[in-house]
Design a protein around this ligand. Structure first.
Ligand code: CUA
Length: 181
């Protein structure tokens, strides 16, 4: 049976419309995730020498954990290493802009904070940085989500989100999980 030229054209246009709809839905989903849910690919590229990061500069042991910088920015610094996080608990306030900076001296790790949009790879040689606002208080689990060796499944930390009014850093701007509040 011969199909008319017109019928073929109509069919092609119908399929083109279906494809255009699918592409529009996918684009809308990407825009919604980026703008409304703040789900974005990592954008900052910062290098750090994994061999010396414990010796000097930002990621020395005394510098790890949460600190309110002089400009009021709340920053937590964490090292992900086989097979633990240092420190393994950080305190952050709810409903405030916070930044968490990670790096690794050994292999690739990954972190996510359960129930939030915080999720990044931690690659040796780079600083992985996330900005977020925690809406709810409580102890949130932060597991490693990239297989990094035999102890991978034991590698987890806690993000303790406390009410902003209880977030009272010491005179040095620092606050840790063991502190009395
Ligand atoms: Cu670190 Cu898996």
């Amino acid at each position: 049976m011969a199909v008319s030229e017109e019928a073929i054209l109509r069919s092609e246009l119908r399929w083109a419309a279906v494809v255009a709809c699918i592409v529009a839905i996918i684009l809308a989903a990407i825009l919604y995730a980026a703008i409304a849910m703040h789900v974005n690919p990592p954008s900052n590229r910062e290098y750090v020498d994994p061999k010396t990061l414990h010796l000097s500069a930002e990621f020395t042991e005394a510098n790890l954990g949460t600190r309110v910088d002089r400009n009021g920015q709340i920053v937590a610094r964490v090292i992900a290493t086989q097979f633990e996080f240092v420190p393994n608990c950080i305190v952050l306030p709810a409903k405030r802009d916070v930044t968490i900076r990670f790096t690794s001296p050994d292999v690739i790790h990954g972190i996510l904070v359960t129930g939030t949009n915080v999720n990044t790879m931690v690659v040796p040689g780079y600083v992985a940085q996330v900005h977020t606002i925690f809406e709810k208080t409580g102890d949130l689990l932060m597991p490693c989500h990239e297989f990094c060796g035999l102890g991978h499944s034991q590698m987890l930390a806690t993000v303790r989100v406390i009410p902003a009014e209880q977030f009272r850093p010491g005179p040095d701007g620092r606050i840790a999980c063991g502190d009395r509040r």
